[in-house]
Design a protein around this ligand. Structure first.
Ligand code: KIV
Length: 282
């Protein structure tokens, strides 16, 4: 593939020139390879892995070790996209020293290019410590799934001017703390646009309208592999869930009817060898 490694300079250049940044989540090496080959700028190893591929009900239970294993697989499959590893719940919320240590593991052990943390002004100093340690850090505001219960559930955030102002202030504080990028989730389109225009870092929207500097979707949502409901902001590009089910059903039918495996799927044995084998049977 003839593509240069995507870095922050390239992502900032895209923002400056008004060229939109494409981001998708991935959780394994072959999928990361496919997204990279398709030209996706950033692969986010979201903690959505918890519910999307690990079968947890939400993002809370996923551990550092699970996230590191998934991120490392993605990094091995990827060549050029910028890889962001999502810091799981409680990996950056206890002490700043622990947050820096955990963030460092994403780069050292999993070979991510950056980490992502959810939260506003209250995590700005933690994010600053991570950045001071030489680790690029991405913020995440609006609907933050790790704290969805304290936000009143999975709801649009910032519909009222006061709450929108708080989110805007948080975006500024994260940028001042050194954030290199920001994910804005589930906010009114106008707020997504305003924040993108206000801060210099690239703003990647998910349910934040078309005015942000880029877009991110959870891969399984856009591929139609779903375990729950699809949020309004998802555009479905394929129905792979149905395709997988149909393929598995055909396979079951073929196995039951002995249509599979056919001769072309097997390995021949010379007649003479077979006769020798039979002859040797007790
Ligand atoms: O975990 C994730 O996939 C995310 C996206 C929803 C932005 O954080």
């Amino acid at each position: 593939m003839d593509r240069k490694k995507v870095d922050l300079t390239r992502l900032y250049e895209k923002k400056r020139t008004g060229s939109k940044i494409s981001v998708l989540t991935a959780y394994d090496a072959p999928t990361a390879r496919a997204l990279d080959r398709a030209g996706v700028d950033v692969i986010l190893v979201g903690d959505s892995a918890a519910n999307v591929v690990m079968g947890y009900p939400d993002t809370i239970p996923i551990s550092m070790d699970e996230m590191l294993m998934i991120t490392a697989a993605v990094a091995r499959g990827n060549e050029t996209a910028f890889v962001v590893g999502d810091m799981p719940f409680m990996s950056y919320n206890i002490t700043r020293a622990e947050a820096v240590r955990n963030a460092g593991r994403f780069l050292k052990e999993a070979r991510a290019d950056a980490v992502k943390l959810e939260g506003g002004g209250h995590i700005a100093e933690t994010l600053a410590e991570i950045v001071r340690a030489g680790i690029p850090a991405v913020g995440h505001l609006g609907l933050t799934p790790q704290t969805a219960s304290s936000l009143g559930g999975y709801k649009v955030q910032g519909r009222k001017a006061e709450q929108a102002m708080t989110i805007l202030d948080d975006a500024r504080r994260l940028e001042d703390a050194g954030a290199c990028m920001l994910v804005m989730e589930c906010v009114p389109d106008r707020l997504g646009t305003l924040i993108s225009e206000t801060v210099s870092m690239p703003v990647i929207g998910i349910g934040a309208g078309g005015g942000t500097d880029g877009q991110v979707l959870v891969l399984h949502d856009m591929l139609g592999i779903r375990s729950g409901f699809a949020p309004k902001f998802v555009k479905t590009y394929a129905n792979l869930g149905e395709e997988i089910e149909n393929a598995a059903r055909s396979y079951c039918e073929d196995v039951e009817s002995a249509a599979f495996p056919a001769q072309e799927h097997g390995f021949p044995m010379e007649d003479a060898e077979y006769e020798r084998l039979r002859g040797g049977l007790k």
